[in-house]
Design a protein around this ligand. Sequence first.
Ligand code: MV4
Length: 479
Amino acid sequence: MKKILVANRGEIAIRVMTTAKKMGIKTVAVYSTIDRNAPHVRFADEAVLIGEAPSNQSYLLGSKIIEVAKSLNVDAIHPGYGFLSENADFASAVEQNGLIFIGPKSKAIKVMGSKLAAKDAVKAYNIPMVPGIDEAITDVNKAKEIAKEIGFPILIKASAGGGGKGMRVVEKEGDLESQMQRAISEATSAFGDGSVFIEKYVASPRHIEIQVMADSHGNFIHLFERECSVQRRHQKVVEEAPSSVLTPELREKMGEAAIKVAKACDYLGAGTVEFLLDENKNFYFLEMNTRLQVEHPVTELISGVDLVALQIQVARGEKLPIQQEDLQINGHALELRVYAEDPLNDFLPSVGHLDVYKIPSGKGIRVDNGFEQGMDIPIYYDPMLAKLITYGKTREEAIQIMIKAISEYSVEGVQTTLSFGKFVCEHEAFTSGNFDTHFVKKYYSAEKIETTTQEEAKIAALIALKQYIKDQKILRLPV
Ligand code: MV4
């Protein structure tokens, strides 16, 4: 593998190319007209314009990207996350064109892209799953029967789903019919597939996911968990590794379950198996994400493993260079997704011009960044500017470094989620580790950070005033 094309943009394109360069592999970037001067374009050895700004005219054009790859004698394509990364047809088209897709086989992507197909695939492997059904349901009366058997509240989910679309909590039988119709129509319009199924609703879960890695020689490892419970409307905001609630025993059990899920779909490369963990620490398999995830850096920091390097090695057909016994957790890592969104205004995208943009650095700080001062933030793509990742010997240390790094991150021209990250890191529920997926809904409101900012401003003003009076006194003394 001498040359890789990265079919992505922003921080993840740079992240992937960084490792490729370290491994002596040449890099090709693709870009849209609006990304002409984007950092990922300059970072690559070669770069090719593939179309207009809207992603369906550029970053989603699989055939065009494959064409570019072939014309530049590229050996492999890395899809990053989002865009074409979980597109089974793209993965198979890449292979049919004699190129390597750095990711799982098309079939595994397809199976795990459907929650019902995923449940079916893992059936024989004794993986704990939320009580419920494993086939699509359309008949309301049948649904009522099942719901009564499971016990309310239940959750209606879309099979094709993602991001909570087509998901409906039903508290009582009387609400079932209308909620089911809503779920079906939402799933149909969002995914073109109205299949829904029913599960027992786990009321206050934590979202724990396990990083897995597989080679083409039948070797599977897991690289521990990431805790992703701090999310807002299915958008993760703060992630960490390890989770503060897993015991070594539970970690091992969940790791083994995750590996079984990967085996069930004949997995290759880096993948993530998502679980819910209930209050009694029962865990349930939810779904598998067949890509490198946004939050992969926290796993890299606590395991010392470069996940992109492993992806490339197994894509080249090599055996995994590490075994399960070689792996251990060292320290604690946190990630804050720095979005150009306004936490004071319902997290509305705050796109615009980066008048000032200075990222923090120092011991225990890693910033996976895709932007620079003077750039405009395009409206066409995800508004994530960077990932602020911190690492400490303990969770407390990682949190303190995060708070300090946030204060040293300087952004002017757009609003960001940095202040929201500070709110999370200073909140008792977060610092104590006693939180679940309802953290943001439960504790956050715009006033919370407005008041802290105001209080801080007051304190700053008082300190300044005190100093001023002191200075005046000193100045007046000789008189
Ligand atoms: C659940 C659940 C409770 N009970 N399933 C949300 C997105 C999808 N991937 C799965 N999700 C959930 N499934 C049962 N049976 C609660 C959620 C859920 C959630 C899961 C992980 C992270 C954040 C979440 C926020 C709201 C709901």
